[in-house]
Structures are given as C-alpha cells and as structure tokens.
Ligand binder design. Structure first.
Ligand code: ADP
Ligand code: 5SP
Length: 466
C-alpha cells in the first residue's frame, strides 16, 4: 500500500494522519499538545511533531510512505538568526501585542493602498505587524534576524533541511501579493527596517525536498505545505458555493474562489488557497475556547455543558454574550473583553449561560457569512468543522443562526487530510479525489435565530459602537 502523511500543527496541538493514497482511508494517527499562550518557541512545534509522528508509528511504515506535507496555524512570526535559532518566541496569530503597529501601518498607507498591495488590511494577527513590533520593542533582536518564515515553513525546514513556503501561507504575511505571487519586500523594508531572507514560495504541487533520515520514512517527498485553513479546504475538496465554518481554536469562515476577493474594510482577508486559486477568509480569535471557558466557569465538563445548553430556551432566555474574551480580530477590537447583557433574575441559570456561550460562538460566524455574501461570494451552504462542531447544541443551532443550510461532514482531521492530499499530489503528480461523507444536515427552522442575531448586533453596537 502507498501511504501519505498529513500534519496539522495548529495552535493547541499537532496531529499526524497517515492515509492510503488510493482511498484516503486512515491508516494511522497520532497527536501531541502545544502549550497555552500566544508566544511560543518554535522548537516546541518540532518536539510535538516528533511525538505525534512517533505516536502514529510513521517510521514503522517504512518504504510505504511516499509523501508528507504540513499544514499549520497561519501568520506566526518565526524570526531566526544566521544559525536558524529563533531570536524571539514566535508571536502567534492570536497575539494582539502588535495592534498599535497594525493601526500605525494602516494610518500611514491607508486601507486602499494595503488592499492594492497585498489584498488585505493589517490587523495584529498578520506577520508584518509582529515584525514591526519586534523592530520597535526589541531592536537588538530585530537586528539579528536573518530569515523570517511561518510555522509551516519552520516545520518544512525541520523535515527537509530547507526553508520553503507556499502561496496560501505567504498570503497571510501582509508582505506577499497573492494576485502576482510576489513578495512585497518594500513593505518589509518600510515597516521592519530591512529585508531578511524569505522562504521560496513553491507551487501547490511542487516538492519542498525529501524527508531527512531522522524522520525514518525512506526519504519520502515533502509537499510545499500550506496554511491550516487552505488545508481544510483541500481536505474537504471544497467547491464554490460551499463555505467552511471552522469552530476550532480560531473561528474561521471561508470559501474558494477562482478570482481574488478584495475587501478594503479589512474584515475579509484575500488569502490564496492551496490549489492556485483564492481563499477569502474571516477569522475570529474567540471560538471553541468560549465553550471551554463557559464550562470552566460553570464547573462542568464539555459533555455536561452541552446538556445544559440543550436544556435552555433556544434564545438563552434573552441572555446575549459578546465573546471577545481574548480581544478580537473580527471585529477588529484587540483590547476588547467579553460582555454579558440582558440579565434578569429569572434568566440567570446555568442552562441559559451555557446556551449564551454557544450563541456567542455562532453570532460572529453569522456576521462573517453575511460579509462574504455581501462581497458576492456565493453562500449556498455551510460545512461545519473543527473541535467545537462536536457540540450537539452548537451544530443544532447553527443553521437557524446562520440562516443557511448546514452540513456536518464525517468527523475527520480535515486540515491534516488536506496536507496528506497535497503530499499525494507532490509524490505522484496527481491530486487524488477521495470524496467526503456528510454525517448530518440541518435546515434553518423557526424564527428565534433572527431574534438572536438582532440582539447580538444591538448589544455589539451598544457596547462597541460598531
Ligand atoms: N465536544 C466539544 N464541545 C465543545 N468544544 C469542543 C468539544 N470537543 C473539542 N472541543 C474544543 O475544540 C477545540 C479544538 O478544536 P480543533 O479544531 O482541534 O482546534 P484547532 O483549531 O487548534 O486545530 C478545543 O478548544 C476544544 O475545547
Ligand atoms: O489566524 C488564522 C487564520 O487567519 C487562524 O485560523 C490560524 O490559522 C489558527 O488556526 P487554528 O489553530 O484555529 O487551527
């Protein structure tokens, strides 16, 4: 049997998935956790990949492994010195310390110029703002930077001995234009103060090299890799009209598009996908972890939390949570905190609080769907994925809050599966078609979803004047 290996190095964990190239069926899997926090030593990702690789027994699969590829959390700033040693912990996509730099960059050039240059408008998540923070706050570290890459580029280096990236991940840096597939090095010069070496941007089907002997899988071909959201799109074999809503550490809403989608409001980032097309995307910092935080507050596990949310009134008895617990990116409120409104003596029960958390995850995702539709991206149905989609309360409420049909694909690690699919492409020259199975489908029903949307929009406007 020929086997390919896909890796998902995400914010909270690293997952390794080996599949049969012919069928896409799972052969082996392993995972390892990443530490909490928004700044991480990239060496930790290498160690977690090693643990997950061993847990899946990849080395034992020997010569059957013909390819591997990495999809990883986007945007993280991996800045290394001439010896490839990080000069600073990698600042992750959800680290908002560079919010002032992002605002300054937008004020300096203006939103239209940014959209023209890189098809997005800087917020604290994007790599260039983090480099600007480093130059401003840690000039000695910045002066030692020889190469800048992203989390997946770093893992490509560990797997092959060479830096490389792809256009999906490069498009999240704010110094790469996905319409011309060129780095905009003048933006690095202007906002970082110099132009470090940058990983070559490989075509979607290209090889990044071969696995180094330490990975013990017979020098298999390594694919270009990609950002994790492009990985999910590839794993789901996403078609136009289908929109992914991923409720993971981040909440993301995206579709594939043959042409770039431009949004000078900055909410939609005009990323590239992993097939040569585009991936307009909105991302939230607060998503599945809002449920975990709610469960911790109520001192219950996730299963009991779900039971509570299912036992509440559909509209949480009027409770509305603005879920900006870790600051927020969409809307761009880096310093925001959460707000609970609509409390009465009657509705303050654990069931309604749990339900309010579920609705608080769904409401910003519904805003994002409306924004995509407003830009002309067809929104025919939603594919709901990510750890948070395991919540029955959430999946049953999603269609009513979104106002569009929702399908929940069979539970799989779609980011890692997308990476495996790309690995097969690099190893065989052909992008396999494995298909996908839908586990459950939901239609929008009832009118409570519209009420919940109105209350959320009113609360957001009242608290943040948006
Ligand atoms: N049954 C569940 N109910 C609610 N949240 C869940 C459930 N199972 C997992 N999660 C949450 O899903 C998140 C992980 O989702 P995942 O998609 O794997 O993350 P990532 O985006 O980092 O890859 C965690 O925050 C976890 O608490
Ligand atoms: O910042 C974004 C997308 O722009 C996030 O989606 C990150 O890519 C992190 O992903 P997860 O850890 O949630 O998978």
């Amino acid at each position: 049997m020929n086997i390919v290996v896909g890796v998902d190095s995400s914010t909270q964990s690293c997952k390794v998935l080996a599949v049969n190239v012919e069928t896409g069926e799972q052969v082996a899997t392993g995972s390892a956790t990443h530490p909490d926090g928004t700044a991480v030593d990239p060496g930790i990702w290498t160690s977690a990949l090693s643990l997950a690789w061993d847990a899946a027994g990849i080395a034992g699969l020997g010569g059957q492994v013909i390819g591997a590829a990495v999809a990883a959390q986007q945007h993280g700033m991996v800045a290394v010195d001439a010896g490839s040693v990080p000069v600073h912990d990698a600042l992750l996509w959800n680290d908002v310390r560079s919010a002032a730099q992002a605002a300054g960059m937008v004020a300096e050039l203006g939103v239209e110029a940014w959209a023209d240059a890189v098809n997005l408008v800087p917020v604290a998540s994007f790599t260039l703002t983090k480099l600007a923070w480093l130059a401003h706050k840690r000039p000695d570290d910045a002066a030692r930077v020889a190469t800048v890459g992203l989390p997946h580029d770093w893992l490509n280096l560990q797997l092959t001995g060479r830096w490389s990236t792809d256009r999906s991940d490069a498009s999240g840096t704010a110094y790469f234009d996905p319409r011309t597939d060129r780095y905009r090095t003048e933006l690095l010069e202007r906002f970082f103060g110099s132009v470090p070496a940058l990983p070559p941007v490989l075509a979607p089907e290209a090889s990044a090299g071969r696995l180094l002997p330490r990975w013990g899988a017979s020098a298999a071909v390594v694919g270009a890799g990609m950002g994790d959201n492009a990985g999910a799109a590839l794993g789901l074999e996403l078609a136009p009209g289908e929109i992914v809503v991923s409720v993971g550490t981040s909440g993301t809403v995206f579709g594939v598009s043959a042409t770039p989608i431009r949004d000078a409001s900055g909410e939609v980032a005009g990323f590239a996908d992993a097939t040569g097309g585009h991936l307009p995307l909105l991302a939230m910092i607060n998503s599945a972890r809002v449920l975990a935080a709610g469960a911790a507050m109520l001192k219950v596990d996730l299963a009991e939390f779900d039971r509570l949310a299912l036992a509440a009134a559909p509209d949480a008895g009027g409770l509305t949570l603005l879920p900006y617990l870790d600051g927020e990116r969409t809307p761009n409120l880096p310093d925001a905190t959460g707000t609970l409104v609509g409390m009465t003596r009657a509705n303050m029960v654990p069931e309604n609080l749990a339900r309010a958390c579920v609705l608080a995850v769904l409401n910003p995702l519904a805003d994002a769907l409306a924004k995509l539709a407003g830009l002309g991206v067809p929104v025919e149905r939603v594919l709901l994925i990510g750890g948070g989609s395991k919540s029955r309360a959430l999946r049953e409420a999603a269609a009513a809050v979104f106002g569009v049909p929702v399908e929940v694909p069979q539970a799989r690690e779609y980011v890692a599966l997308g990476a495996a699919r790309q690995a097969a492409w690099a190893a065989t020259g052909k992008l396999p078609v494995w298909g996908r199975r839908i586990e459950e489908s939901f239609e929008p029903a009832g009118d409570w979803g519209a009420v919940v949307r109105e209350r959320y929009i009113a609360a957001r406007r009242a608290v943040y004047a948006l």
